[in-house]
Design a protein around this ligand. Structure first.
Ligand code: HEM
Length: 226
């Protein structure tokens, strides 16, 4: 009887220390993810600067119809992967919250935000770069209704994520960093923020779904200000 009790206590301590070390590992991984994100943003900024300096050479390079399908392939691959990752991440986090299990919720949140930082962020940057190259080769964005609307919706989605998801993630990480390893349930505030993240993510993904539809069907219309 006492032995059984001891085993249970040891098991629960191991469990708690796994969660705790996962939170610590997450904080270290966040630093690495930030470095990767900054690296990609610097590459993008460097490409813009090079594009301005070597404008004539860039126009000559893009004036090759043979290049179009390769850039289109990269664009479709990148957008499909990051869009799918966003949708699956939302469903996965939602499922973990309904389980009510502390370990599952923390592990899922950490995995989804790891994927967002390490996989989705670089893919978004590839999507924007290839999207801009395609636009330069395709025609005038200001004259093409579906393209302009898609571009604005893409910006809207990014804006929703930046103004709502980043502050929420900051609060979530702060609470997770101060978690009591002995507590059986998550603090109410943390559960509330994680539930709120579901709605924020949905708000960011819906405009992207419309962008996807516009990019494929390319309906012929003009925006009122065009
Ligand atoms: C900065 C943002 C973006 C720009 C400027 C852009 C621009 C373009 C352009 C010019 C094309 C070529 C259309 C053609 O050749 O017929 C294209 C194709 C495509 N884009 Fe985007 N795009 C952007 C973001 C996105 C996003 C966020 C998605 C999905 C969520 C997406 C999905 C697609 C798809 C699926 C195609 C292939 C359409 C086809 O071949 O019929 N794009 N994009």
């Amino acid at each position: 009887m006492i032995d059984n009790l001891k085993i249970k206590v040891v098991k629960s301590e191991i469990h708690q220390s796994i969660i705790y070390s996962e939170v610590i590992m997450k904080q270290e991984s966040t630093k690495k993810s930030k470095t990767i994100l900054y690296m990609f943003l610097s590459i993008m900024a460097a490409m813009i600067v090079l594009g301005i300096i070597f404008n004539t050479e860039l126009k000559e390079l893009l004036n090759r119809p043979a290049l179009y399908p390769h850039v289109l392939f990269l664009h479709i691959a990148a957008v499909t992967l990051f869009f799918a990752n966003a949708v699956v991440g939302i469903l996965w986090e939602h499922k973990s919250l309904t389980s009510g299990c502390k370990e599952v919720i923390i592990h899922t949140y950490n995995t989804v935000s790891w994927l967002d930082a390490r996989v989705s962020s670089p893919l978004i940057i590839v999507s924007v770069i290839t999207g801009i190259i395609l636009t330069v080769m395709y025609g005038d964005i200001m004259e093409t209704g579906w393209l302009l609307l898609a571009f604005l919706l893409f910006l809207l989605s990014g804006f929703i994520w930046i103004i709502s998801d980043i502050p929420t993630q900051y609060k979530i990480k702060k609470i997770m960093g101060n978690l009591d390893p002995a507590a059986d349930v998550l603090p109410q505030e943390l559960t509330r923020l994680l539930k709120m993240r579901f709605w924020i993510s949905l708000g960011g993904v819906i405009p992207l779904l419309v962008v996807f539809i516009l990019m494929v069907y390319k309906p012929g219309f003009s925006l009122p200000f065009q």
